[in-house]
Design a protein around this ligand. Sequence first.
Ligand SMILES: Cc1cc2nc3c(=O)[nH]c(=O)nc-3n(C[C@H](O)[C@H](O)[C@H](O)COP(=O)(O)O)c2cc1C
Length: 182
Amino acid sequence: MTALSGHRILLCVTGGIAAYKAADLVRRLRDAGAEVRVAMTENAQHFVGATTFQALSGQPVRTSLWDEQAEAAMGHIELARWASAVVVAPATANTIARLAHGFADDLVTTLCLATEAPIAVAPAMNRVMWANAATQANVATLRDRGVLIIGPDAGDQACGEIGEGRMVEPMAIVRALSGAAA
Ligand SMILES: Cc1cc2nc3c(=O)[nH]c(=O)nc-3n(C[C@H](O)[C@H](O)[C@H](O)COP(=O)(O)O)c2cc1C
């Protein structure tokens, strides 16, 4: 028996440089006993390919709302219902803003709006984007709404700066989810 056994985790990957860490996160979640399915934004696919997530999760990956085969049976609603938890990691400033305002104009935001499962968000962005009053207000809105905000960490950033905004390490996300599930 492992910390997340029996859990069905929908991992939503958005378009930040930390998307490469989401590949490791899939492995760590599965090692913890969870079943994992992955949905990606269009922008996330500039950073990591769907094939990587398909291989690591052992499941088909959704990359668009407009998948005729999957949507013949309202696949996005089925996926939103399937999840026992939703994790957005990495979560860009853009997706955080759109979640805070209830947008549903792509697959990831639609899934988040259509699920009754708890949602966790792991922000990842440049320190100035993170410190921006708009981002801070959006994060506060999500937190007030019961969304679990995991991180971010401080340290070296991919842009060469040092500060707060790095995505927390995958194992820290697994631990936060295990704690929330306990
Ligand atoms: C090389 C590169 C790295 C980026 N890294 C980040 C990032 O770490 N965090 C972030 O919030 N946005 C980052 N962006 C900007 C996002 O990709 C952009 O805001 C995009 O619209 C996000 O789309 P999504 O939220 O739908 O995935 C980056 C852009 C580029 C070109």
